[in-house]
Design a protein around this ligand. Structure first.
Ligand code: SF4
Length: 211
């Protein structure tokens, strides 16, 4: 969804909705409710960006032997500097504000010759209300509209912290030197290709025998 917001902000609402619909063989009520969220937020974010600048680069790729990242938005300032904004479709503001991500963007962008002036996150609030037992679709969508209207975009500026970059390199070094590979089960396991094997307690063995 976050990617879709970026797409909509860059390409426009109609294109984002068309793209979203193309991802599904049939559109259900739940898809329509997701579209309502896109229709609500994308114009608001586009308006917000008009206050931040006029020249933008979206999804700038940073790729080198140690790091790959996509900078959601760079705003090119008149003094030749750039401001870096990362979009988050999330209510977990504190987590992202404390993360290393945007500090690493500045570090690597400056290695590529950009002069980064400001860093920040633009939070698009997530709305996860569900239909109540005594609600019909009409009433639920009215409540969804009201909930969307009650939420606010938040632009959070972040001060660059060199220590976060240092910590990143320390972690990389530790990973490279590590020779024990303990399980680290988190909610991210749901996206792991090895989950079935890892969580089978030895019942599944994918080892390929040497010929
Ligand atoms: S399922 Fe994957 S991510 Fe989770 S602990 Fe096992 S190997 Fe690690």
């Amino acid at each position: 969804m976050e990617q879709l917001y970026i797409y909509g902000i860059e390409e426009g609402l109609d294109i984002a909705i068309m793209y979203y619909k193309q991802q599904f063989p049939r559109i259900t009520d739940k898809h329509i409710e997701e579209i309502m969220k896109l229709e609500y937020w994308i114009p608001i974010v586009r308006e917000q960006l008009k206050n931040l600048g006029t020249k933008f680069t979206y999804e700038y790729e940073i790729k080198n032997s140690e790091y790959v990242g996509y900078v959601d938005l760079m705003i090119h300032n008149q003094d030749g500097t750039v401001d870096v904004v990362d979009f988050k479709y999330s209510n977990n503001i504190e987590h992202y504000v404390n993360s290393k991500q945007i500090h690493l963007y500045k570090y690597y962008l400056e290695q590529l010759g950009f002069k980064v002036r400001n860093l920040g996150y633009l939070f698009i609030p997530k709305t996860s209300i569900r239909m109540k037992k005594d609600e019909d679709t009409y009433k639920f969508r009215k409540r969804l509209e009201e909930t969307l209207k009650s939420q606010k975009l938040q632009l959070k500026k972040v001060e660059y912290d060199e220590n976060k970059v240092k910590k990143f390199f320390e972690e990389i070094k530790r990973l490279e030197e590590d020779n024990t590979y303990e399980k680290n089960e988190t909610k991210l396991c749901d996206w792991c290709d090895y989950k079935e094997y890892c969580q089978s307690n030895g019942k599944i063995d994918y080892m390929i025998e040497e010929e």
